[in-house]
Design a protein around this ligand. Sequence first.
Ligand code: B12
Length: 215
Amino acid sequence: MSEELFKQMAQAVIDGDPDEATALAQQALDQKVDPLEAINRGYTPGMDVVGELYSTGEYFLPDLILGGEAMKAALAVLEPVLNAGGQHRKVLGTIVLGTVKGDIHEIGKALVGSMLSANGFQVYDLGIDIEAEEFVVKAREHNADIVALSALLTTTMLHQRDVIEHLAEAGLRDRVKVIVGGSPVTQAWSDDIGADGYAEDAAGAVVLAKKLMRV
Ligand code: B12
């Protein structure tokens, strides 16, 4: 039964229909479908189709925007449930998170932030289009254990390296771990720029952050 619901969720994103995406998210909660599964098997595959249609020239920028709006509408319903129960646990570590300079993709980054906080991390989400210097300032201010960098463009992933260099210049690199992610990012890239780890998705980010904090 969930398979059909997942297909409808993907379709709501492909159609750029926030109302339908919201209704389906509510339906999933009513039917006790795991919200993370709804995101990973319903809405995200829809986003992938939107991306493919955009790259083949069948969709244009407004279609990307509408797809993003539909996904955000669904997350607004699902994220509070993902976050529930994460409030009173011992803090596992402090994470400064953001999308790097020149990049305004926020959906995946926000999901990573929600999952990390739901799993016991204190997360400071700086937002999108964040300068390398700002990551350094906030890492110092919050005494961060981990800086988490999102990049969705092949052009902006280069700024992940800049942040690592800025942290080193500020003398923080030996006490702050850096994790990287976003669709063009790979383990090879993470190794290449000297990051401490890469994860493919939000659940993987939690596993990685726990591993780095040795919990
Ligand atoms: C929605 C979208 C947009 C929306 C974003 C809306 C928003 N509020 O975020 C808008 C319309 C603004 C947009 C703009 C652009 N976009 Co766009 N966009 C997308 C799209 C369709 C979906 C992205 C998304 O939200 N996915 C869903 C989330 C859940 O997945 P995710 O972001 O990958 O995140 C997951 C993982 O990557 C990982 N993760 C993410 N961050 C991190 C961080 C860490 C530390 C870790 C561990 C893990 C991790 O976990 C997340 C959750 O599972 C993608 C295609 C795609 N399939 O990726 C194109 C795509 C990324 N966009 C693209 C392009 C070209 C653009 C524009 C340049 C278009 C233009 N001509 O203006 C602009 C760039 C603007 C800018 N300067 O940033 C290209 C990038 C090509 C490339 N290789 O560089 C893509 C791949 C589309 C395509 N196939 O051509 N876009």
